[in-house]
Write a protein that binds this ligand. Structure first.
Ligand code: PMP
Length: 370
């Protein structure tokens, strides 16, 4: 008889046994609003500029890339300074293949075996998975029923567990709401009193926010890290470019774990081209913010509950059986996301036509349900 080797037959680490990989189900349906992507393809002049810069890079592909990505970090610092209300230098910026890799490097440096990290859930589930992958213990911290962070309970959890790394996602995924600066400051103080620990603010969606980036909080807080990505606002999820801003010492520290030449010359050239077109791309962000606000208003008008959103997606409910509703929306040709938050689903803001298709589907569904 034939024996098929399964993952668990292999001598893998115990903590990986029986686990499934991260990933949203991808289905071939007309309207896909499930992964918080930017629905707008890059503008043609930018596509042409990428081709130009990648051609230049290709002529030197026999050489390793700039290991320290100095030009890219300089341009990212310029972007943050221009948009974040705070002067940032290239020594404060580090980049990697998506913010997931940035977060992994942070946990490899500041977490790891015998150490712990805390997040306030529901939140971005990769924080817990990257913790597991780096051998970092995970602590699930609390949130209120309205998905705001219960600051007093969070302070108690930090004091009790004394985690080495604290994750704060703002705007939060999958709920959409932003965390007020005062709450972040309170948790930073609690984390410093407890250990001190590294506080990582994941601002993947901050360009879509009604409010401001927390970059100015970096001043005088050497254990604070702001994580960013070009996957959402820059419409470049396929590029895989994430970055962080922090005290230069944090940037020096992650050098201890980063793989040499982790950012390819092609990636660096492409990201630099995209940064040349920042203004055009931020124009799309404005359009998406308007569409996000429209989704919130229309969902409420139809009679759904909606969590306040500062992101490019909206959490709506409440449903007795969210997964059954997810399926009914899918039957109407629209793929949204069931993140496993009981009673709630998440829809990413798409083009006006995609959002109309989604709104038609849930309007129709409301009639069926009532
Ligand atoms: N942080 C948050 C909160 C996210 O939602 C995502 C993407 N879903 C990421 C980080 C990772 O993005 P990337 O690796 O594409 O930069």
């Amino acid at each position: 008889s034939e024996h098929v080797t399964r993952i668990d037959d292999l001598p893998i680490r115990d903590e990986l046994r029986g686990k499934s990989p991260y990933g949203a189900p991808q289905l071939d349906v007309p309207v896909r609003l499930n992964t918080n992507e930017n629905p707008y393809p890059l503008p043609e002049p930018l596509v042409a500029r990428i081709a130009e810069r990648v051609t230049e890079a290709a002529r030197e592909l026999n050489r390793y890339p700039d290991r320290d990505a100095v030009e890219l970090r300089t341009e990212l610092a310029r972007y943050l300074t221009r948009t974040g209300g705070h002067q940032v230098t290239k020594d404060q910026v580090w980049a990697a293949n998506g913010s997931n890799e940035v977060l992994q490097q942070l946990l490899q440096t500041f977490g790891g075996p015998g150490r712990t990290a805390i997040g306030f859930e529901p939140s971005y589930s990769m924080h817990a998975l990257i913790a597991r992958g780096t051998g970092t213990g995970w602590i699930s911290g609390p949130r209120n029923d309205d998905f705001t962070i219960d600051v007093a309970a969070a302070e108690r959890a930090i004091a009790e567990h004394r985690p080495h790394v604290v994750f704060i996602t703002t705007p939060n995924n999958p709920t959409g709401n932003a965390v007020p600066a005062e709450a972040v400051l309170a948790l930073y103080e609690a984390a410093q009193a407890a250990r001190p620990s590294l506080v990582v603010v994941d601002e993947a969606y901050v360009e879509f926010s009604h409010g401001d980036s927390l970059l100015p909080l970096l001043d005088g807080r050497p254990h604070l890290v702001i994580s960013r990505t070009m996957s959402k606002a820059f419409g470049a999820a396929g590029l895989r470019l994430g970055y962080l801003a922090a005290d230069p010492a944090v940037v020096d520290a992650v050098q201890l774990v980063r793989l040499p030449y982790h950012l390819s010359s092609v990636t660096q050239a492409t990201a630099l081209a995209a940064l040349e077109h920042t203004d055009t791309l931020l124009g799309y962000v404005d359009q998406l913010k308007r569409e996000r606000d429209r989704l919130v208003a229309e969902l409420r008008a139809i009679g759904y509950d909606v969590t306040e959103s500062d992101a490019n997606f909206v959490q709506f409910g409440r449903f007795e059986d969210a997964h059954a509703i997810w399926r009914k929306i899918l039957d109407r040709g629209v793929l949204v996301r069931d993140n496993g938050v009981p009673g709630w689903l998440r829809v990413s803001a798409g083009t006006p036509a995609e959002n109309d298709a989604f709104l038609d589907a849930v309007r129709d569904l409301k009639k069926e349900l009532s």
